[in-house]
Design a binder for this molecule. Sequence first.
Ligand code: TNX
Length: 519
Amino acid sequence: MTVTTQGTSGPSGDAVPSTHVVPAPVSVRPDPSADYLLVPEDSVWATAGSQEARDAAEFLAQLLRVPTGYRLPVEEAPAGDRPRGGVALLLESGGSEGGATPGAYTLDVTPQGVTVVAADREGLFNGVATLRQLLPLRVDSREPVEGPWPVAGGRVEDRPRYPYRGAHLDVARNFMPVENVKRFIDTIARYKINHFHLHLTNDQGWRIEITSRPDLTAIGGATGVGGVSQGHYTQDEYRDLVRFAWERGITLVPEIEGPNHGHAAIASYPELNEDGTAPPPHLGYGPSQQGLAIHHEPTYAFLDEVIGEIAALTPGPYLHIGGDETPHRPSEDLAHYFSRVQEIVQRHGKQLIGWQESAAYLTPSSNITQFWVPGINDEEVLSAAKDGARVIVSPAERAYLDMRYASDKPEYPIGTVWAGTTDLRRAYDWQPEAVLEGLPPSSVLGVESALWTETIYGIDQAEHLAFPRLLAVAEVAWSAPEAKDWDSFTTRLASQGPRLRQAGVNYYRVPEVRWPFGS
Ligand code: TNX
């Protein structure tokens, strides 16, 4: 992050310094003489005629109305205008300093108002995420509180390093109700994550209603790891999650697993099993040895129905088809399976994402591979990437949030260690293109953290593992290498402690950070 002048507080005293933002912006130029004070008469302005600007403005206004008690109407700003009095969210092609980079924005704070300019919807939401961190901590209050509401003067110019910045959550092993998932989505939105990958099916549970296949949820949704967690989302609840995420600038990416990790499906519909029998539910921690039958037409009729319904429910461009952990499947079988699935996903109008094991079997130029561990099929991943496949990197030893922070302490009873222990620094200090030697840097579409839930129960434990390491991975995904710095990160992260606490997030106060009072 480039900081041209140091300045902490202006006339309004307790403005949050604009150098406290996570992930680190490209450049921050504080101007202590230019703080803005939000007042009861203010409006939130949106470029006239732009639904994108209106969406961002509605989201911001709704965040601010409760704590401030101000009316904050959303009003239209004629194109080219720089409205005064409040916050303006302006969509202007080529308008932000970030230029053509999707998601770029510029945020200006002057005594006349706050202005965010971006060339796309995502950029406006990124500007709002920054502004959210620049407002006083009490902005997260769920009831009206006393002001003042200062915003530190100056200019932030910012753009993402990678277009895809994801966070994955496994609700198959441990089911989480809609309200908990919303809390998770709201937290990741603060750190400019723009994709939420929802892992909906696995051996231990099936979590999404499919109207043509009711037993998937009646039988497959009735279990979880250890038999303790059960449940599923109705299609209406799923739509609600999609909308909730989109209102925060996040695209939902659904995942339906196969051919392995399909035990909950074969337990519900025995015609998907090689021998046509329904196995008992799989409640164990590890993967099931049984999966979908590959040379068997009912499997593809099933996938066509499921993928068809999920595609119709999902406005975003991506559909994740799983495909991981297939060591015992012959490669001819995998080639058959993935080519059939690829045809189905494309026919339903979505772009396919598959775990790295699928890389060799898909048309590279039209598909995305998600890398999670070296040593399984490195050459295949490299050759797909060289042939045009784009790669999302989620290296288990850095970005798997179910790894324990440390192994030997009684206060870490949750999480696993198969990829090692991951302290905050390990989650922070890495470069996406270096996860696999020879990976072309231009093939990296982005970075995603993954929270698998075999070892945890409930949102509090999920948040303990996810935060604050997810913020470290978010900075890897957002910030340019020259903007990344461990000391700066831990200082900025410390300022998030009281915010996360105020928001009710059960984050872990990792010992490497000097958390301030109120964290
Ligand atoms: C490996 S990563 C898996 C998951 C587990 C995870 C536990 C991947 C694509 N497969 O099924 O939940 O490890 O860390």
